[in-house]
Design a binder for this molecule. Structure first.
Ligand code: NDP
Length: 497
């Protein structure tokens, strides 16, 4: 308990706030020692394995399959079989029942999933509990609602499923990205082979248990774990009709090159370097909360993170001062502690990448600020970081760091803000802080970004389409738009079962 300051007669306040640990119990989830691939509704013994660890303690959590070409092939065959023998012909209302069931089971088991997500990925439990899990369930609920209304969503176009979808997801929102991909695919009558990221396979594997509980027909969803080689095998497989990928721009480009001319459909959700633009008429304290949420949420492992802060010159000093003060109150540490704001960096490799980009910022002449905080000895950690004195040409203003690192730049006029904000090869998201509605609309029309938030940041909703411009990819996930990549229409080629 913090020592009380009794120098004042009334309302004694602690001299410094310390938090007693409030760890969430790990007992709620049972992790198996070893997991296989989930193919055709069965656990299929793999030929190779690797250990998945907890990034906050480096302790091994389980052994999982390193999927081979043969494993991917078996999964695609199972998915094709399930597509041809029932799933694609099932009525929309029947498919919806399964999706509703999955959504409800996720809700019921949300604590178990949240703990596992934080253990395997390093994100704070309050985020996995309050953001990842509710949103994952919401995606299944939302797309369950569309399953029997596709004719109304796309009138006179005779929507039909595409076939077998190969889905490759990253490690920053493991279960949520699974939900973004699996829910619309199933709602439209497709079957799925999904590859989770190498470092975060465990919630996808627990999800197989949900599929069994929901009595989903065998082969409709197949999960093959492994590293990039497993993803590449899925991309290359001739039996896959569509690839949905979320990850780095580099791998996205390689996939696009690989698929050119094959007739396979492709959606890519790639990197970002979002501008968060604060005008001098905005509510500063509210903006500071938005900036913090924009870049330190999920350790900055967010494709749409507000990693470039543009501040109108007249408020630069007070805003940066408030921001630095706010950073001193962020608690970095054990992801399972309910007080934690910033958890562990997902992997040693990602930590190395963050360190080297931060070093480049220092070397190029930016001024670094990190609040005093004691980082745990074991595990992968990086203190919340702010760079000021940043020039647009610096690597920290150009490249996706994917860590808790903010670059602060300035502007004078709205035109200049637009020009600087759009000066990036990416175009995934942006934020605008101002009290003027007309300025919000003016800015939103000019920002080359798939999502523009106004007086908020990092808000997600299954009804709202999400996706990029330029090197942030193409195709939309979420909303009615998110159905289209999983449907084929009259006049388009169809891969018949
Ligand atoms: P990747 O793009 O490599 O990973 C995304 C997914 O693709 C993972 O499942 C990965 O498997 C798989 N994959 C890797 N190589 C291939 C391939 N050749 N063919 C098919 N699938 C493949 O991202 P990283 O995890 O390596 O992260 C690197 C950087 O990418 C980060 O530092 C960050 O900047 C950015 N990133 C952006 C994301 C976003 O949402 N925009 C998400 C994740 C990363 P495996 O996990 O085994 O590598």
């Amino acid at each position: 308990m913090a020592e009380l300051d009794r120098t004042q007669q009334h309302a004694p306040a602690p001299k410094d706030w310390t938090y007693a640990p409030a760890p969430e119990s790990r007992d709620v989830v049972r992790i198996a020692e070893r997991y296989s691939n989930f193919v055709g509704g069965e656990w299929v013994e793999p030929s190779g394995t690797y250990a998945t660890i907890s990034p906050s303690s480096e302790e091994p959590l389980a052994t999982v399959a390193q999927g081979t070409d043969a494993d991917v092939d078996a999964a695609v065959v199972a998915a094709r079989d399930a597509f041809a023998n029932g799933w694609s012909e099932l009525s929309g209302s029947e498919r919806a029942k399964y999706l509703f069931r999955i959504a409800r089971i996720l809700q019921e088991r949300s604590r178990e999933f949240a703990v596992l997500e934080s253990l395997n990925g390093g994100k704070p439990i309050k985020e996995s509990r309050d953001v990842d899990l509710p949103l994952a369930a919401a995606h299944f609920f939302y797309y369950a609602g569309w399953a029997d209304k596709l004719e109304y969503a796309f009138p006179n176009r005779r929507p039909r499923p595409v076939g077998v979808a190969g889905q490759i997801i990253p490690w920053n929102f493991p279960l949520l990205m699974l939900a973004w991909k699996v829910a619309p695919a199933l709602a439209c009558g497709n079957t799925v082979v999904l590859k989770p990221a190498e470092t975060t396979p465990l919630t996808a594997l627990l999800f197989c248990d949900v599929l069994r509980q929901a009595d989903l027909p065998a082969g409709v969803v197949n999960i093959v774990t492994g590293d990039g080689r497993t993803g590449a095998a899925l991309v290359e497989h001739d039996g896959v009709d569509k690839i949905a990928f979320t990850g780095s721009t580099e791998v996205g480009k390689a996939i696009q090159r690989r698929l050119a001319g094959t007739g396979k459909r492709l959606t890519l959700e790639l990197g970002g370097k979002a501008a968060n633009i604060v005008f001098d008429d905005s509510a500063l304290d509210q903006a500071v909360e938005g900036i913090v949420n924009g870049i330190y949420f999920n350790q900055g492992h967010v494709c749409c993170a507000g990693s470039r802060l543009f501040v109108q010159e007249s408020i630069y000093e007070p805003l940066v001062e408030k921001l630095k003060r706010r950073l001193t109150t962020l608690r970095v540490g054990d992801p399972l502690d309910k007080n934690t704001d910033v958890g562990a960096i997902n992997s040693a490799m990602q930590l190395e990448k963050i360190r080297s980009l931060v070093q480049s910022g220092v070397d190029e002449g930016a001024e670094i600020y990190q609040p005093p905080c004691r980082l745990p000895e074991k595990g992968y950690w990086f203190a919340p970081t702010v760079f000021t004195n940043v020039a647009q040409s610096y690597r920290i203003a150009q490249e996706e760091i994917f860590g808790p690192v903010l670059s602060v730049l300035t502007f004078r006029t709205p035109d200049e803000a637009v020009e600087k904000a759009n000066n990036t090869p990416y175009g995934l998201s942006a934020g605008v802080w101002t009290e003027k509605g007309s300025r919000i609309l003016w800015m939103a029309q000019r920002m080359r970004a798939g999502v523009v938030w106004a007086n908020t940041f990092n808000r997600f909703d299954p009804t709202s389409p999400f996706g990029g411009y330029k090197e942030s990819g193409f195709g939309r996930e979420g909303g009615r738009h998110g159905l289209e990549p999983y449907l084929t229409f009259d006049g388009e080629g169809r891969h018949d079962a």
